[in-house]
Design a binder for this molecule. Sequence first.
Ligand SMILES: Nc1ncnc2c1ncn2[C@@H]1O[C@H](COP(=O)(O)OP(=O)(O)OP(=O)(O)O)[C@@H](O)[C@H]1O
Ligand SMILES: [Mg+2]
Length: 269
Amino acid sequence: MTDTHSPLTDRPSAHPATPDAGRNLITIASGKGGVGKTILATTLAHALANEGKKVLLFDGDVGLANVDIQLGILPEHDLATVISGERKLKDVAFEYETGGYHIIAGRSGSGSLGTLDSTHLRAVHEELIELGKEYDFIILDLGAGIDDAVRTLASAKGPKLVVTNGEPTSLTDAYAFIKVVTQAQENADTRILVNMVKSRNDGQKVYEKLVTACRNFLQLEPPLAGIIPQDDRVAYAIRSQAALLSKYPASEAASEIEALARYLIRGSA
Ligand SMILES: Nc1ncnc2c1ncn2[C@@H]1O[C@H](COP(=O)(O)OP(=O)(O)OP(=O)(O)O)[C@@H](O)[C@H]1O
Ligand SMILES: [Mg+2]
């Protein structure tokens, strides 16, 4: 293809060479915006790091990247220089000391993932899978929606945690995400993560609603990955631009995300 704005495609192919490439990539998606993907992604990365795992968090929101803003950090580099072809992904990853993990920060507007065409986006995704060989886990925080860009970024083999808060629009969007991903990828590993519910019982009911739709219309039964309660300390942590596990390590939401981290570690063994 002609390439006028980015030399990404000139790079050596990063096609995953082994069947297991990408299995350690945990995608956090939802379809609907504002259901807690980013706070779950940053806290899960932190919790996995606390368990001794080497973790990379990739801000894959093609619209409004905001991992760095939620954590109150000013990255020296972000995806802009990868997209312009000046740097490789591994060169823009930096250590987020508080969380004990690495981050590749996104960029909103000019120089963002959203400016890439599908060929270049796929090249970035493949480079991420390749880089993932140096880590135990990669956490990919996706943006809202189920457009081509989201689908491309969700195409790795690892678990896709589909977040819903149980509101009708969140349920239909989560269902739509599961549908398009499983149509595009045979045996896609989708799992349901319920967030912002009052009780475990409510969370279980939300899960039942979504899994019933998946069972009836898609002949699929995505497992339940976890139930994270509505917890005011989540909003307080975000407002003070601090990591939940640092600011409120004893909060209910934090301990459920720690349980999620242990569940994912068990599943990867
Ligand atoms: N468990 C929770 N308890 C209380 N509030 C929560 C919880 N999870 C998320 N929130 C609230 O939801 C808001 C949105 O969270 P977040 O930015 O992580 O969502 P998102 O899905 O990444 O949004 P976007 O689609 O815009 O990227 C936060 O500002 C926070 O206040
Ligand atoms: Mg987000």
